[in-house]
Design a protein around this ligand. Structure first.
Ligand SMILES: C[S@@+](CC[C@H](N)C(=O)[O-])C[C@H]1O[C@@H](n2cnc3c(N)ncnc32)[C@H](O)[C@@H]1O
Length: 463
């Protein structure tokens, strides 16, 4: 791989950059494969993934010895793990050092698709906390919904809004993550084609856009709230320059994350960097020094309430209709139904955490919500017609029948191919591989209906 000379020249004075080893690492082109497990679905990484070692800065992250065909792994489709580049898992360390995770937090992941940082955040937050994962590009917001549904938690919402729309909810969030769109030089080993698209003009354009995004979302952060900014670029204009811009233009102070363990950060191969003007501290990952791709992260705290507070909606008293039938149907499908709040909208039933009732109202009246809590399905005269999201959720009752299928059948199911499982069961059942549910099926005697969503099906064949 030949790296753009203009990039190499621009990095010559950048903190931590070591030209020879940086170039050599890119010439080798080997990039480690890593996954992060979903602690709400599994406790240890699946053995068949051939685990090499843990990711040092993330309690759920692991490197693999080789990159498997994830498409043909039912565990992947069951949402038991997420394939994520290791450096970006540093977000866990940053969150732990900057906020109190025992508190109930309102968290925004502003640039969230496809969902790497959002699934990481979801696994860290308390159940009463709320995560809003936003993506401005509609098609990417759909992928984000799929990935958050797969992760299975009821305290995660997905919105499809422009950053400036969040100014309508001044001071709402305790924590905002801005994993900004960037020039992408940090991922050159992964995506050699990105090398061709890289230019200094694009870096300058990205830097301007990053400032605009930060300015647009800033109002929605509360006083004392934390903003975590990250990129996968090596360029100063997208990293140190942005740190200075934030401090000069927003009522923000820099947070040093490694006050107590600078040595640990160093041992991990992470480089501490300082902004030229305000001496703000940020963290750089170089692939020749830390085991991962290029990454940058910096933390800030809001020092002043510089926003117009949002309007808290009035919550009307509870509905009068008893919903007796619906309650009896849903209690067959959901563990501890009484601990949740559920409601009907346009014939569909949804479930959220009761603590988030007013949050839903606030978000609904200001933003375009694509997913709120868990979409359960529709209730007919007799039973629920369950949605795929419910099958993959962590609220599904253990009473719901499960049909464990073989590996070949699991792949056939995920391809939406015809197959008849060997069972005497009748009716709806969760199709599972080694107890991990993949979606719904309906057994009808000598027939079997495959309800795996068409748009998610595997299109390729087993090699
Ligand atoms: C680096 S990617 C996010 C990756 C994601 N956080 C993850 O960990 O999976 C940046 C995201 O910002 C979105 N984006 C592009 N332009 C944007 C803009 N003007 N405002 C906000 N987000 C934007 C992109 O569509 C992309 O999904």
């Amino acid at each position: 791989m030949s790296l753009p000379q203009a990039l190499l020249d621009s990095l010559s004075q950048v903190t931590g950059y070591q030209a020879d080893s940086f170039i050599k690492t890119h010439e080798l082109g080997e990039s480690p494969t890593s996954i992060r497990i979903n602690p709400d679905k599994i406790n240890t990484p699946p053995a068949h993934l051939n685990i090499q070692s843990p990711v040092l800065w993330n309690q759920y992250g692991y490197y693999l010895n080789a990159r498997p065909a994830f498409t043909f792994d039912p565990y992947f489709h069951a949402g038991t793990y997420y394939v994520q580049e290791a450096s970006s898992m540093f977000l866990e360390y940053a969150v732990k050092q900057s906020v109190d995770l025992d508190e109930d937090l309102r968290v925004l992941d502003l640039c969230a698709a496809p969902g790497g940082k959002s699934t990481l955040l979801a696994s860290l937050l308390s159940p009463d906390s709320l995560l809003v994962s936003n993506e401005v590009i509609k098609s990417r917001a759909n992928i984000l919904v799929d990935n958050m549904s797969k992760w299975g938690l009821s305290n995660t919402y997905v919105t499809n809004n422009d950053p400036k729309d969040f100014s309508r909810i001044g001071g709402y969030f305790d924590l905002i993550v801005v994993d900004a769109p960037c020039s992408g030089s940090g991922l050159f080993r992964r995506d050699p084609e990105a090398v061709v698209e890289w230019s200094l003009d694009n870096v300058a354009m990205c830097s301007q856009r990053q400032q605009r995004i930060l300015a647009d979302v800033w109002d929605s952060l509360k006083e004392g709230g934390i903003l975590l900014y990250s990129t996968c670029s090596y360029s100063e204009a997208e990293n140190e320059t942005i740190m200075d811009w934030v401090i000069d233009n927003l009522s923000a102070k820099n947070i040093v994350l490694d006050k107590k363990d600078t040595d640990t950060i160093q041992q991990w191969g992470i480089v501490r960097t300082e902004s030229p003007e305000n001496k703000a501290i940020g963290y750089r990952f170089y692939p020749d020094q830390a085991k991962g791709e290029g990454f940058f992260l910096a933390a800030f705290q809001k020092t002043k309430a510089d926003y117009k507070p949002f309007h808290r909606p009035h919550i009307k008293p509870q509905r009068t209709k008893s919903f007796k039938h619906e309650k009896s149907v849903l209690s067959q499908w959901i563990t501890g139904l009484e601990d949740y709040m559920w409601f009907e909208k346009n014939d569909n039933f949804y479930l959220i955490n009761p603590e988030h009732e007013s949050d839903l109202k606030i978000l609904q009246s200001n933003l375009y919500i694509k997913k709120a809590g868990i979409l359960l399905g529709q209730i007919g005269a007799k039973d629920l017609i369950p949605e795929h999201e419910l099958a993959l959720s962590t609220i599904l009752s253990e009473q719901v029948p499960i049909l464990n299928v073989s590996y070949e059948q699991a792949i056939a199911y995920l391809r939406k191919d015809d197959f008849v499982p060997d069972t005497n069961q009748r009716g709806w059942c969760g199709i599972a591989y080694e107890e991990h549910i993949l979606g719904w099926g309906k057994a009808l005697g000598n027939r079997f209906n495959n309800y795996y969503p068409k748009e998610l099906r595997i299109l390729s064949r087993l090699p």
